[in-house]
Design a binder for this molecule. Structure first.
Ligand code: PEP
Length: 254
């Protein structure tokens, strides 16, 4: 059965001291989560805090991820961080790729997403690949076309074996940080569509094993309804992951 996952994307927030405090609050409250449900928690802090977070990540249900990676293997790329560098930290096992903020502010194209995914897989780091339409695209009923292009161009060059390491996050851009959440029906409809694309390309078995997360103003008050859908396998959480109680409450919403 595919994993249920709650991943926190801290984005560019928190000083080191505040981040350390948030991590220890999360760890202090982990026992509230029903671990028999096989839930994977992932924290994605800013790069400089990765090692501090991995120091806490000594339990198999709690892991650490980066928020970005370079599309090149190594060399003269000032300011970039490679998958090889992430791997050398040993416990960084996940990395977000193709977040809408990176697509919008840093011109991350589907081709760049594909290159980053390749770099990560070569280092045994599992990519959490974001996709999702902007408001004008939804209003023009183009959301399926947009997401299909992002998934096809970003991921469908992979073999079925490599694809098995992919986690997908559907994040409608109009819902990210806006307080406006997709309805459970809108989320389910898109997640089922994404799973059908995977089934067409790689077969039913791979599609059924792929975790597809929802992201976009997910919080304790709406997580239960969203996660109750058969194709919603958890969430990629921005704002609410900056508060330990909210993050834990979301992880208890399955
Ligand atoms: C995100 O940026 O991945 C996200 C889902 O943000 P928020 O939860 O704040 O909408």
């Amino acid at each position: 059965m595919r994993k249920k996952i709650v991943a926190g994307n801290w984005k560019m927030n928190k000083t080191f001291e505040d981040a350390d405090e948030l991590m220890s609050e999360i760890m202090d409250n982990l026992e509230q989560i029903d671990l028999s449900r096989d839930i994977q928690l992932i924290i994605c802090p800013p790069f400089p805090y990765l090692e501090m977070c991995t120091d806490y990540a000594n339990d198999s249900y709690f892991a650490v991820g980066a928020q970005n990676v370079c599309d090149q293997a190594r060399g003269a790329f000032t300011g970039e961080v490679s998958a090889e560098i992430l791997r050398s930290l040993e416990l960084v096992d996940y990395c977000i790729v193709g977040h809408s903020e990176r697509r919008t502010y840093y011109n991350e194209t589907d081709a760049i997403v594909a290159a980053k995914v390749n770099q990560l897989l070569a280092q045994d780091i599992r990519p959490i690949v974001c996709c999702g339409e902007v408001l004008e695209e939804r209003e023009a009923n183009k959301q399926f076309e947009v997401v299909e292009r992002q998934i096809t161009d970003g991921l469908f060059h992979l073999s079925a074996i490599d694809f098995a390491d992919i986690i997908i996050a559907y994040e409608p851009v109009w819902a990210i940080g806006t307080g406006r959440t997709a309805t459970p029906d809108q989320a389910q409809e898109m997640h089922a569509f994404i799973r059908s694309l995977i089934a067409k390309k790689y077969g039913d078995e791979v599609a059924q094993e792929t975790s597809i997360l929802y992201g976009g103003s997910c919080k304790p008050s709406n997580a239960k309804e969203l996660f109750a859908n058969p194709d919603v396998d958890g969430g990629l959480i921005g704002g609410a992951s900056l508060n330990a109680n909210d993050f834990i409450a979301i992880a208890q919403s399955f």
